[in-house]
Design a protein. Structure first.
Length: 301
């Protein structure tokens, strides 16, 4: 008797039966209560941030080169140490202000491309690292000088599905925005099938989050024609400062979807709206206080 072959896992796709035309779907404007959305917006904005800001996708920070971003007007560079840990700090070299974004990293040490000053993540020559955190999806940096709140050891990240059984996607957009509008957009799932019919169909809100702060919807993601992937998705609103926006004191909270696609998906992953203005004037040069080492020891010729 031959052993039973393992059953092949069925693809989670379906065929829409009796699809409803866009203009004939059930109106949702009565359910999308401004009072409900505003109340959820106030709750999201009242959560402590611990001065943490999203720097970018975790996968974008590599071990061979610096990753540069400007958050709240502060230039930041990030890279990976020899153990893979996230390192972040000021994005200008303390020597003559050279931009360190995309500077080469050798053996966990970032090397300035102008004169070879090497940074291993420890304070050196006037350069001091920022607290950094990698949650496996997003890279975070703590800016106590901008946040103005009680610092936290790590950002408050909503629960996510296990990495083994989930697919992660991070979207990064550039633009000028009002953070409150982005959050309110995120907290309005009722517009999904109306404003984004190219992506969502047959959307029904199962839980408006008034009690749980978790929006639960039954929706089908369009694949091609009538082929869809029906899911039950739970959306959460992260803390009030997951990204930097174009205003000087922006508190971008939980992106959503008014005139822009939602950036926090069912797995509660976030991507910041980041930009890089022209580099500001470099700080005054300071002399190195440790013994000169023009290259990391492990990279000696």
């Amino acid at each position: 008797m031959s052993p039973t072959a393992p059953r092949r896992r069925r693809l989670p796709i379906s065929l829409r039966r009796g699809p409803v035309a866009w203009h004939r779907q059930e109106p949702t404007w009565r359910d999308a209560s401004p009072r409900l959305i505003d109340a959820a917006l106030k709750r999201a904005g009242a959560r402590p941030t611990g001065n943490w800001y999203v720097l970018g996708p975790s996968a974008a920070v590599r071990p061979d080169a610096g990753y540069g971003r400007t958050v709240e007007g502060t230039e930041i560079v990030a890279w990976r140490g020899t153990d893979g840990a996230l390192v972040a700090g000021p994005g200008a070299c303390p020597h003559l202000g050279a931009p360190l974004a995309q500077a080469p990293v050798r053996c966990g040490t970032l090397v300035c491309p102008w004169h070879g000053l090497a940074l291993d993540g420890a304070p050196f020559a006037g350069w001091t690292p920022y607290p950094a955190h990698d949650d496996g999806v997003l890279a975070w940096v703590r800016l106590d000088g901008h946040g103005g709140e009680q610092p936290l050891d790590a950002p408050a990240v909503p629960p996510r599905p296990s990495a083994a059984g989930s697919l992660t996607a991070v979207y990064t957009g550039t633009g000028v925005c009002e953070p409150e509008d982005i959050v309110a957009n995120r907290l309005d799932p009722w517009h999904g099938a109306w404003f984004h019919p190219y992506s969502f169909v047959d959307l029904t809100v199962l839980d408006d989050g008034a009690e749980s702060d978790v929006l639960t919807v039954c929706v089908s993601f369009k694949v091609a024609g009538r082929v869809v992937v029906p899911v039950t998705a739970a959306f959460t609103a992260p803390g009030p400062e997951p990204s930097s926006c174009a205003s000087p004191r922006a508190k971008a909270r939980a992106p959503s979807s008014r005139p822009t696609p939602p950036r926090w998906g069912p797995a509660a992953t976030a991507a910041p709206a980041l930009w890089s203005p022209k580099r500001s004037s470099p700080p005054p040069p300071e002399r190195a206080s440790r013994s000169p080492a023009s290259r990391p020891p492990c990279c000696a010729p």
